[in-house]
Ligand binder design. Sequence first.
Ligand SMILES: *[C@@H]1O[C@H](CO)[C@@H](O)[C@H](O)[C@H]1NC(C)=O
Ligand SMILES: *[C@@H]1O[C@H](CO)[C@@H](O)[C@H](O)[C@H]1NC(C)=O
Length: 836
Amino acid sequence: MALRNLELVLIIFETLSLYFCFCNALFTPTDNYLIDCGSSSNATVGGRTFLADDSLSSTLTTPQTILASASANSVASFDDAILYRTARIFTGPSSYSFPIQKHGRHFIRLYFFPFTYQSYSLSAAKFTVSTQDAVLLSDFQPPSNPAPVFKEFSANITRDNLILSFVPSGNLAFINALEVVSVPDNLILNVAQTISPVGQYLGLSNQALETAYRVNMGGPKVTPDNDTLSRTWVNDRSFLLDQNLTKSVVYSGKINYVSGGATPETAPPVVYQTATELAASNTTGAVFNMTWQFDVEGSSSYLVRYHFCDIVSTALNVLYFNVYLDSWSAANNLDLSTLLNNNLAAPYFMDVVLTAGSAATNKLLIGIGPSTLPNVLPDGILNGLEIMKFVNSSGSAAVVEPAASSKNLGVILGSVFGALAVVILAAVIFMMLRRRKLEKQQSKSWMPFSINGLTSLSTGSRTSNGTTLTSGQNGELGYRFSFVVLQEATNNFDENWVIGVGGFGKVYKGVLRDDTKVAVKRGNPKSQQGLNEFRTEIELLSRLRHRHLVSLIGFCDERNEMILVYEYMEKGTLKSHLYGSDLPPLTWKQRLEICIGSARGLHYLHTGSAKAIIHRDVKSANILLDENLMAKVADFGLSKTGPELDQTHVSTAVKGSFGYLDPEYFRRQQLTEKSDVYSFGVVLLEVLCARPVIDPTLPREMVNLAEWGVKWQKRGELHQIVDRRIEDTIKPDSLRKFGETVEKCLADYGVERPSMGDVLWNLEYVLQLQEAEFEDSEVNSMNRIVELSSQVQNVEAMQDSVITVRQEGPPNENVNDLSDVSMSRVFSQLIKAEGR
Ligand SMILES: *[C@@H]1O[C@H](CO)[C@@H](O)[C@H](O)[C@H]1NC(C)=O
Ligand SMILES: *[C@@H]1O[C@H](CO)[C@@H](O)[C@H](O)[C@H]1NC(C)=O
């Protein structure tokens, strides 16, 4: 009887947690301020309620504001007409203040409609709108023929309070409605490609952007109520230079959002279900591009986002086309089906930054043209396009501080939200307590997995002993932990047990009931990108076992959590032993053995299964060391399976870490095992020189370690840049062979680089050459180090001071950020937590 009850309760909870999952799947903005300015009643537009702000007039810093309203019929014909019927007029500098609950990117949307109210003609207004960090509109003047103006900006808000200031240039400013709304963190990535010159743009995350165009190719206008983030997408016809060259296509099937591609927040299904396609197929022999033209300001930089989804092909690998931005190529022979793990109808986006001044005119051309590959039909598609202008950050933004005494809007809204939050929180805590109790009764601390989306993984047999981990038994490689067990192992995710933080989330040290130490990586459940990487990592790590690859012990996906449990690597990252910490320097032999170990791990990845696996993020922060300094390669979140037999590469959006990126991969977005070989070559240099791969504080020619190292190697003087602490212990032959290996790994073209197997062989030879001289003289070489250090104390002192500066100086924080773009950074502090 008791059992039956338990089952019943369990079913209820499963249903509830499903319900929660569903809620989580739709993005709900944490900050969500919608205001119908100047209005005395709330306005509902497309299911969203804009609050009246007349009751909140104390929001504003100055009393010189006027509530105004237009006659209903003057605005009736516009979208969202109700928002334009009232306005708040400012006769002096004023501001709104919004408490920000969650730092990160927010949409700031402004609605203007210049009507005449009493003696105020709003079309005569001229004013500047700014946040504390950016000027959104400078000397803005509404159009003289009254028409609504809608402006959308997105900015990363890292303050606890957003102050939106309105400063009249003459004597009037106004606003009809406004929004300040949270946006998913991964909507704008930090990196994009640039094409003139070809390279990489870093730092988009902090860039404020203004939406210039948002277009749904071949499809209807999408209104805010039909968009996942309340955006508006317009049809593309009016931007096409020659409509006769194109046709609109509509797909009625389901859009297949897959890992590595776009998410429903990037753009909703309705955008991907339609496209404009090259009408080439009915014109024999003729080849041409389809081109859209947009007005831009040549003096501004732009982020251009192309949205693709192959809704026209009926088979894989038949649609190939070229993508242009003005006369530059943005992608060549793009094959969407391979980009997304052989899926059709899978959305994908591509970001390109056009830097200020590179466009020759004030027109921006977006082109799609046929591929020049043999035996490919001339065809091409585009599903959507966004053009976002960079908003200059401002030294000059006038910030109108809200009067401290006045009760401001934020406080009022805040307290409404606050009360709601308390209710929700109470409900959640209640549920958690109930559930926790339940799970105690249930007494299963972990179970083998066989669930949602992970069914391809092996299922194990249930065990009642939650404290013993018998991973690897019968090839069952991963286990599903219950959340409660991991909560217990990490002292309820104690902040003091955090050993690293990264893009994916936090990594905690954990101790299981049988005293096994583990590293528990807990993903941020809101991050869709994270979910993809989470799956990739579980799938790959469960298939792969090697003594030089970090093993996955299990995972937890209960309650929408994304938690990975790894073996604990006592000695932390290779990087932390090279620089940026006060750990004792590794000897040359230790360094070589670590390189050899990691080369073995990578060689296994490339050759150990039927399809090669490309790591994509090889770097010293992803090589972890166990208590015996044995190297294991970690972090497979970005990994991709390699080319099929009949192809020579995988083309893909550029991912990976700055400073380690294969220039060829970058140029052609074609990924092969040789991209890993390049990155590994950079790691070899790092090991030799013990400095960051990118160090912007150094003179220009030294900033990029790969370039600098190759330069010295080509001159035959690599010894000049060796880590001073070990330079005298390295045998010249060993260094020579090592240098040659590095140079080959860093060759410009993939075909010229050795395979990982060759690299491994070469490194073993380097070690032999080293051992040959110092045979049975480990002690000897130790003595030499000691001798050295006593002789050249001055040099050491100098080095110390350099190291100190690096540890303290903020520029070096940046250095670390640059080389640790991916989540693997999480392990880099293992040693700091443990080693002291
Ligand atoms: C938008 O949603 C409404 C219902 O909310 C629906 O009637 C309309 O067809 C949708 N439009 C598009 C373009 O999907
Ligand atoms: C398409 O446009 C690009 C860039 O302007 C140009 O180089 C290419 O020749 C065009 N292709 C065709 C077939 O017109």
